[in-house]
Design a protein around this ligand. Structure first.
Ligand code: ADP
Ligand code: MG
Length: 448
């Protein structure tokens, strides 16, 4: 596993080309990777004002950069005032179990997210076989169903299932290497450029369980496929388990090399189907529970009827309804759900939206862009980055939706004069800060 310091040096390399030279030299150059524990990556900077600046202006970019390097979607970045002496070498806390493999070459950081578990996966007719196979592999990797190829449309639970498999196997001491077609391709291209393809291949050599998601990403990439084939073949011949996902049946992976295709055909191929109505309802029930929200059956049925073909979209609708209930301090019922759904543009794909932009969308997108939550925006905490996020909300609600300061105050749980001060301060700041302008423009683009 790479240390926090090594990961941060890679991130700095990536950030150097994304921010203005002056900003890099002033705010990032002297920063250090302090630790990477759980999902929390701490960046140290020698000066308090640099910490504040990084938090306010670069948190989102830094976090995205670290996520792409570590492949850990749940990673959160923290900034901390410290000296280089604080940066003790630290092992990565998320690494897969080594199963007696200590001392081997360090592997890429695992991309498994602990939030995916078998117990949170709702089983229905649409996914029963895939679930059973994944569970079987997790319990006894290297035996039956090798390779296991799971395919199905977008948002049907492939990632959830194979991540749960990886987590379970890893907890049992299996050494799991997880990657995606996109990540694999990027790493391979870099390895070719740096003439280190052999070292790249060695990264996978010790995996007891190799999981690759979205193999369709490799279509048309002949050299990458050949490299993947050799890696998979070596692992397979050594009795290791291969689990692959894709968005279509093997016959429709048109330009997959015949060798890869026949290796996958030699194992178990399972399709995940779109959920039936009963499974949709059960998934919604489970997700509502995860979000600690009380949602009655009638509302769940309303949501399930809206979106049958994509569980991710279904969850998105539920989240919007819950957020709307919180924002308006009401409990969830059918009326509220209908109101919430009519306020946001996200309608079922079958019925494109004609609904205008609503306040909930503005707040949600600002919260996402500023790496915070609706709760925090409306809460009492007064951290600098939250204050800035609230100011962006005030500005957009005023400029885009023409809301009165009183209404904005109600939405954000602030009084009228606070909102007015925020608005004035932000307008001045916006004129003098091109980076902030760029952030607001990118939010506006998303709202459009
Ligand atoms: P895919 O990889 O097939 O595009 P994901 O695994 O990313 O889909 O699923 C999208 C979302 O839907 C995730 O939040 C996942 O937890 C949820 N999801 C999908 N299927 C199920 C299921 N059967 N039970 C619980 N959650 C599910
Ligand atoms: Mg996926």
């Amino acid at each position: 596993m790479k240390s926090a310091s090594e990961i941060w040096e890679t991130a700095k390399g990536a950030l150097r080309v994304q921010v203005a030279r002056a900003n890099y030299d002033t705010w990032l150059k002297d920063s250090i990777g302090v630790s990477y524990q759980g999902n929390c990556f701490t960046v140290g900077t020698p000066r308090a004002f640099a910490k504040e600046w990084l938090e306010q202006r670069l948190r989102s970019l830094v976090q995205k950069t670290l996520i792409s390097i570590t492949n850990n979607d749940a990673l959160e970045v923290r900034f901390h005032v410290c000296t280089p002496a604080d940066a003790k070498p630290q092992p990565h806390a998320n690494g897969p179990a080594r199963n007696g493999h200590e001392g081997r070459e360090l592997l890429p950081v695992s991309g498994l997210s602990p939030r995916y578990t078998f117990s949170d996966f709702v089983v229905g007719d649409c996914n029963r076989l895939a679930y059973a196979a994944a569970l079987g592999v997790a319990e006894d990797p290297g035996s039956d169903f090798n390779p296991l190829y799971i395919y199905g449309g977008h948002g049907l639970g492939k990632t959830h299932l194979v991540q749960a498999l990886g987590n379970e196997a890893s907890a049992n001491g299996t050494y799991v290497v997880y990657t995606s077609g996109q990540q694999f391709t990027n790493d391979f291209v870099n390895a070719v450029r740096e003439k280190s393809v052999n070292a790249f291949r060695r990264r996978f050599a010790d995996a007891d369980l190799f999981i690759m998601e979205d193999i369709h990403f490799l279509l048309g990439k002949q050299q990458t496929q050949i490299c993947l084939y050799y890696i998979m073949e070596e692992l397979y011949q050594a009795g290791r388990h291969l689990v692959i996902t894709g968005n279509r049946p093997l016959q429709r992976l048109d330009s997959l090399t015949p060798e890869l295709s026949s290796r996958l055909e030699s194992g178990l191929v399972i399709m995940i189907q779109p959920p039936d109505e009963g499974t949709c309802l059960a998934i919604l029930r489970a997700k509502a529970k995860q979000h600690q929200a009380v949602v009655d059956e009638e509302t769940l049925a309303l949501l399930a009827a809206r979106c049958k073909s994509d569980t991710r979209k279904l969850e998105g609708l539920l989240k919007r309804v819950i957020a709307y209930a919180k924002m308006t301090c009401r409990s969830v019922d059918v009326d509220l759900a209908q109101e919430a759904l009519s306020m946001v543009a996200a309608q079922s794909p079958e019925r494109p939206s004609t609904v205008e932009l609503g306040p909930l969308q503005v707040l949600t997108i600002v919260a996402e862009s500023c790496q915070t939550s609706l709760d925090s925006l409306q809460g009492k905490a007064r951290d600098a980055h939250l204050n800035l996020a609230r100011q962006i909300c005030v500005y957009l609600l005023r400029e885009k939706l023409n809301y009165s300061l009183q209404t904005i105050g109600r939405l954000l749980g602030r009084d009228h004069s606070t909102v007015q001060r925020s608005y004035q301060k932000f307008c001045t700041l916006l004129q003098s800060d091109p980076q902030l302008r760029a952030q607001v423009d990118s939010i506006l683009a998303r709202l459009a």
